[in-house]
Write a protein that binds this ligand. Sequence first.
Ligand SMILES: Cc1cc2nc3c(=O)[nH]c(=O)nc-3n(C[C@H](O)[C@H](O)[C@H](O)COP(=O)(O)OP(=O)(O)OC[C@H]3O[C@@H](n4cnc5c(N)ncnc54)[C@H](O)[C@@H]3O)c2cc1C
Length: 422
Amino acid sequence: MTRPELTPVDAAIIGAGFAGLSAAHALRAGGAKVLLLEAQEQAGGRVKTVQHADGHAYDKGGQFYCRDMTRIYAMVEKFGLTRRDVRKVPGVVAMLGGKRKVLETDFLEHGFFEQIFEADPHRPGSVLDWVLSLGLDAEGVAMIKSGCEEVMGRPIEELSFRSVLDCLSRFESFENTMEYACTEGMGTLAGLMAADLGENFRANAPVTAVDRRGGLFHLTTPGGTVTARKLVYAASPAVLRQIDWKAPQDQWLKALPDQFVAGKMIKIVMRYESAFWLGSDYGWLGQTDNPSGLSVMDASDPAGGMDVLAVFCGGTAAMALAGLTEDQTLARVMDIIEPMLGPKVRHPLTVVQTVWTDHPWVGGGYCTWAKPWDSADPQAPLREAHGGLYFTGAELGPAFTGFIEGALCAGEEIAGRILAAG
Ligand SMILES: Cc1cc2nc3c(=O)[nH]c(=O)nc-3n(C[C@H](O)[C@H](O)[C@H](O)COP(=O)(O)OP(=O)(O)OC[C@H]3O[C@@H](n4cnc5c(N)ncnc54)[C@H](O)[C@@H]3O)c2cc1C
């Protein structure tokens, strides 16, 4: 049964990731009547927590933050959740050409971030073109390539240098972004923020079409049509095609997804009886050039009780594992990380595995990249208002672009602009 058409809300928001949640909270605080529509059965988007039968909460997507990410910090406090530290023992193990090497720091800290901001922001070509121009040896190039693929989710020969520099230039700091996690999980925070919106949040409400008539937006959802004076699209540009944009002035949105690529990403969290790697030469990070894009990180609570490794397979690594079953993926990953961590790594108590690649509602992980390599900025139109239609999302974060904090900032910013426009 479809619901009757509702009285128009001041602003409808498509997507209850942290950007949509943040926009909804800020708009409500500013006195606007909002409706936040989420396609999936819960809020969170690229952040999702499972409560496992072992009694622990596991973050399948976005998880870590740091003290400079003041909005997450504040939200975790506000909703009464528990901030925990993430252990970071110095030292990196790198598998290069099949040989194991122990390093003091990883290659992104050494060489990449140090130099990228000195480059011409209009430099044409790919990220790999720029890395090759640095005069590093083959191992240096391989490790930067692998580290970038894990962080960006795409082979760096596919990514425009300009779009990556544009993203990184919005970071407020590069201090340890894995300083904290939330014991109850970041998805729990998203759920609490959604619940706090009461009837202004609706789950299982994918917006399948948007039209404009009589000065209002008309949104088609399975539960009926929603009408709104303003509309905020708070999801990745990669999934814009989930919506049939019917109004003549919105036709440009049909071609827009071609301008973006979403990251390919698999995250595997493994909990152990104890952190058996402590005291060994493995510090906090293991990286490999084969497959490029695979890293394994100590994500444990140093206070005890949660000794976990998080494996991230991005770009080439995610592609190499595509189509395998969970068991096959895990077996392959174990073969890759055992030389870094030793045979005990094969005996986790709990494994939580998530494939984000080509996710129908979020596109992929961790974020979406602008594709063209020319001087046009494909994100520019998304930063403008189009007759009451606004865009937000982690990709448009004025700070910490592509991260949870970026999504929260972007949501807040768009709410401020809507409230100011009246
Ligand atoms: C594996 C992984 C690890 C990560 N690790 C970290 C980390 O440690 N720290 C960090 O800060 N960030 C991390 N990130 C990135 C971070 O999670 C994202 O940048 C951020 O959560 C994106 O938020 P968002 O609101 O912009 O978009 P999304 O989270 O993508 O939210 C968009 C929402 O819109 C909904 N939606 C889409 N289309 C429609 C429609 N037509 N109708 C209704 N709803 C729709 C989607 O279902 C989704 O819920 C990670 C991401 C991944 C995938």
